[in-house]
Design a protein around this ligand. Sequence first.
Ligand code: PRP
Ligand code: ZN
Length: 294
Amino acid sequence: MSVERLRIAVQSKGRLADASLSLFEKTGLRFRRDKDELLFRVEDQPIDVLRVRDDDIVQFVLSGTCELGFVGANVYEEALLDHDRPDTEIVARLGFGRCALKIAAPRAFDYAGPKSLAGLRVATSHPNLLKRFLSDNDVEARVVELAGSVEVAPRLGIADAVCDLVSTGATLEANGLRAVDTVLESEAVLVGSTRALSGELGEAREKFLRRLDGVLATQGTKYIMMNAPETAIGEITEILPGADAPTVVPLASRQGSVAVHAVCQESVFWETLERLKAAGASAILVLPIEKMMM
Ligand code: PRP
Ligand code: ZN
């Protein structure tokens, strides 16, 4: 009898591929990385990682072939609009691969809101999201569906505007286009089926999600420690960015002085350190946090 294994889909190539795999590895799952292989077997847990194309990731999760998938929110939301009652959901937002699906038009185009698109042709590889945007704004326009290279459509004379993903903005710039409206803010997400999983599969899923939470929780968080006069603790606590009550320990050698330790949920900038120093803190250390379990 074959043992049941949890299946997780990730991009085989593309912008999210490396970041997804490295996030995966941070959860402590060990597998052999073989570039040509479609399937990675995790060594010590009943988990298989399937490396496939973007569109397949969503279809695999929607059809129940895979229990979880790492994918861009834009790809997921687009596919979702083809399904009546999908039993999938966004399990976690991953904080990388940020981009936005935007309406863009030639620089000379006079855009005064969605109504400016009325009667025009808009090229996109996200037809469902574009149609929803148009109908939400009560605009009738023609959707020109393209599989890729959307940005060249106006120059080819097959569209008046585009609805395309923008990350750095370099592609728009290079094609004489300008972003004029936002259809969807996107980032990498973990999607999963809402069906309950029992036994070993359910356990593997829970364990993976708990560890992923731990990895995500430490992203951008820092451990900060310093010495300070006891009288300055109130002020120091207020300066610390996104910290819960800090740990305060008396210093054996110096009366009236304490060591302050805290986990900061936000970035710690030089300005913060300067303010802490001005408040009386000394020997300030900021350390990265590798793992965290609450
Ligand atoms: C996306 C998008 C733009 C580009 C935007 O294309 O369609 O062309 O990235 O990125 P930028 O703002 O940083 O320039 P992708 O590379 O995913 O390939 P595709 O055009 O074939 O879909
Ligand atoms: Zn493109």
